[in-house]
Design a protein around this ligand. Structure first.
Ligand code: IMP
Length: 193
């Protein structure tokens, strides 16, 4: 039985495989909404267990993590705080390896248990730099929860404690992730076909 088509850009690529055309690229369904929901519940259960008796400060990194963060946080049964942050734009270009910093942090983070919430770690460079910066500011602890970790990030010294899905080095969109600004609203995750 083919899945429900939830966008006018969706079509069947071959048999029941759903595909999505965004600009010049074609994407096919990768991880379903129900698999994501199950994984998010597991991550939340782990966090609820690990942080029992503490009041963590969640820092979802916009834009990509907005859906993951809202689903994750509704399964957190702890007292917690939430503050949305964003990476500043690249100083130079991504390819030169220039690092970005975090903006929008208005809360005091001194002596707080921080959980950075990210949609995807690709090289892992940006988030590991941010985690190091936060650690140097007197936080009690800093951990990373990422929905997706791509293969290159597995090589990085700084690793997320909470990982939804480990994937190969491929481009994905949906569930908050975009391709040139499009596709964030899709319920499932898609990969390039
Ligand atoms: P990193 O510093 O290389 O880990 O870059 C991570 C950021 O790159 C994410 O927060 C996303 O904004 C973006 N990104 C990396 N891979 C993808 C992808 O497959 N789809 C959409 N955005 C991606």
């Amino acid at each position: 039985m083919p899945d429900k088509i939830d966008s006018p850009n969706l079509f069947y690529l071959c048999g029941p495989t759903l595909a999505m055309k965004i600009k010049d690229l074609t994407f096919k369904k990768f991880i379903s909404e129900s698999e994501i929901r199950q994984k998010v519940s597991e991550l939340a259960a782990q966090i609820n267990h690990d942080y029992a008796g503490r009041v963590p400060l969640f820092l979802p990194v916009l834009n990509g993590s907005f859906i993951f963060a809202s689903d994750l946080l509704r399964e957190i049964s702890l007292d917690c705080r939430v503050s949305f942050v964003k990476h500043s734009s690249y100083q130079g270009t991504a390819s030169t390896g220039q690092l970005k910093t975090l903006i929008g942090l208005n809360e005091s983070i001194f002596n707080h248990d921080i959980i950075l919430v990210e949609d995807i770690m690709d090289t892992g460079l940006t988030l590991s730099k941010v985690a190091e910066e936060l650690r140097s500011l007197g936080t009690r602890s800093v951990e990373i929860a990422t929905l997706i970790r791509k293969a290159p990030a597995r090589e990085h010294a700084v690793q997320p404690k909470y990982i939804g899905f480990d994937i190969d080095n491929e481009f994905v969109l949906g569930y908050g992730l975009d391709y040139e600004g499009l596709g964030r609203n899709l319920r499932d995750l898609y990969q390039q076909a």
